[in-house]
Design a protein around this ligand. Sequence first.
Ligand code: SIN
Length: 517
Amino acid sequence: MVYDILVIGTGISGLTFAIKVSEQNPNAKIALISKGEFDEGNTRYAQGGIAVVKDFVKDSYTKHIDDTLEAGGYQNKKDVIEFVVKEAGQRIDELLQWGIQFDTKNGQLHLTKEAGHSAHRIIHHKDITGHEIQQALVKKIKKLPNVTCLRNHTLVDLITDHHLKSNYNCCYGAYVISKEQRQIITLSAKFTVLSTGGAGQLYRHTTNPPESTGDGLGAAYRAKIYMENLPFVQFHPTGLFPKVDGRTFLISEVLRGLGAKLLNHDGLQFMFQYHLEKEMAPRDVVARGIATEIQKGKLDYVHLDARNIPHNKWLKRLPNIYRQLIDIGINPEHQFIPVVPVAHYFCGGIAVNEYAESGLKRLYAIGECSSTGLHGANRLASNSLLESIVFSHRAAMHCIKSLKDQPPPSSIYEKIPSWKGKQYQEFNNPEITHSLCQQLQDTMTNYVGIFKSNQNLDIAEIAMNNIYKQVLKIYNRNKLDVELCELRNMVSIAHLIIQQAKQININQGVFYNIDNE
Ligand code: SIN
């Protein structure tokens, strides 16, 4: 069977795209795959909200455009920012019509402020905006009869001309691991959509869930699709330290928006030394400020003093963060919160045009795995969910039109071979893959983190080549499992980040090499 559309990934981008195409084109056969459960993934953990201009007295499109440019180190595409900012209102209205609840005040959407924004323009659902959106979209998608939802399916590779010995420069679907069928299956499709998120797991500390191993980016790399700006990895300034149950919990920027202050190991405020806006400076500046203080100080973290936030605000606006902190024995009304910068968001990715089309025909990329030009060298807070809804709409409209175009001949799909490599087997080499994964994360964290240097990039390159050789050996000799697939993707993306980083000779946005100073 050839699906009309295969959507890989079930965060806000993939779900929004699939809902729109399905509703407007009920005859389209759509397959939607998620790596784990349908409600898992990066979107679910988004705390902040969605940036949108609503208060046209104190705010304007121009202000939102300027803030996005400034945060992005002016490396963004201005025309892209313009249409994203202007289309935001319509897309939010759709989310509201779909039943997604955002907090209101006096009958209006409640607007909050985050670092880098010159006005209150973040709409949100308490401090669990992503969770609210994810739940509502999953509920909606499950009701659509023309969408086949397949959970526990991991992308292995895109199907391209390389597999068919043809030369249409097209994508024909993907090979995926089906955990239930315990094998690698072929999902053929006229159009394929990557909405696989970023690769925060390349680093030891990340706000991303374990699934964020850059599967779409790795597959795109092997399919020789153009990717850009991969070294623009954004570190969120305030991840809770240490990890809880092996994961880093995000302490939203909203706290600083409500007046929380950063203090060094001597209990002194320090952000005024780094930026006029202090705690409300763009994320890259705050992250570098904290990293510098940690290097100077005696502690592995700095303190976030949020004692100014009134009790009712914690309960109404930040209930999830409050509960998490109380659960681990920190009462933020009386105690400081220990925080460190942690890998958070990939600003670069698969280069796409204004309709999210990649360099490979019939392949779209949306959300964090794409590089649209909106973020430039650093993403402005709460512009990621915004990018997702605007680009998944544009991609969906473009795809609906393109479905009417002549597809590649059906004979071509008949020629798609079954997966030729080693077959799937669970728990292949857990100790070896786990240890290589840790080596990779240590290398990226120690040498390709917030502050880079030419020497460290050289060290990282050598280390990554060694890891790559070992991964290749295991890949060639063994049956595939999900962990090995993930490691194969992570090592490819790490290699690309290092290569691209070595080419950047000016510091911009999140990118900082001390030898460029
Ligand atoms: C946050 O709540 O601090 C994160 C929001 C974002 O990454 O845009």
